[in-house]
Write a protein that binds this ligand. Structure first.
Ligand SMILES: [Zn+2]
Ligand SMILES: [Zn+2]
Ligand SMILES: [Zn+2]
Length: 144
């Protein structure tokens, strides 16, 4: 994605989800769009600290999560990571039921949205509330 597109896309995401278009929110969303993998809160903080303070950054992350713009990706032992939601995520109800792939070489977490997840059949007395599907391995960048 080029700079022009990410700027527009970030502004659109904010207005579609009823959030004010502040420079820090736009910068954070653009930062996500520039990465193919999930980003940890501390990584975002260290890259955005010239622009804003910690409280504002963490507050923006939680409103993005609340509004269905970002979802939490399973943590690899180094803290919570966030990734951009697919377009189907409505406010307050995430539908990010996709495979999360954690690379054991680079520790990046990737959202694999196109991989089909087989449905598990549970015994009758069990009701699914939510699930996560995490696979560990070596990503394509590290495999080269
Ligand atoms: Zn979501
Ligand atoms: Zn990797
Ligand atoms: Zn994901």
């Amino acid at each position: 994605m080029n700079t022009m597109n990410t700027q527009q896309h970030a502004e659109e995401l904010l207005s579609n989800h009823g959030l004010k278009k502040t420079p820090i929110r736009i910068a954070m969303l653009k930062f996500f769009m520039e990465h193919q993998f999930a980003l940890s809160a501390s990584y975002i903080e260290s890259n955005m600290k010239a622009m804003s303070d910690r409280v504002t950054i963490y507050r923006a992350l939680s409103s993005f999560e609340e509004k269905g713009i970002l979802h939490k990706a399973p943590d690899d032992g180094y803290g919570v990571k966030y990734a951009l939601c697919s377009e189907h995520c409505p406010d307050n109800a995430h539908e990010d039921h996709h495979v999360h792939f954690i690379c054991q070489e680079c520790s990046n977490t990737y959202c694999l949205e196109d991989v089909h997840i087989p449905m598990v059949k549970l015994p009758e007395d069990y009701a699914i509330e939510s699930f996560t599907y995490t696979i560990n391995g070596v990503c394509k960048a590290c495999k080269r």
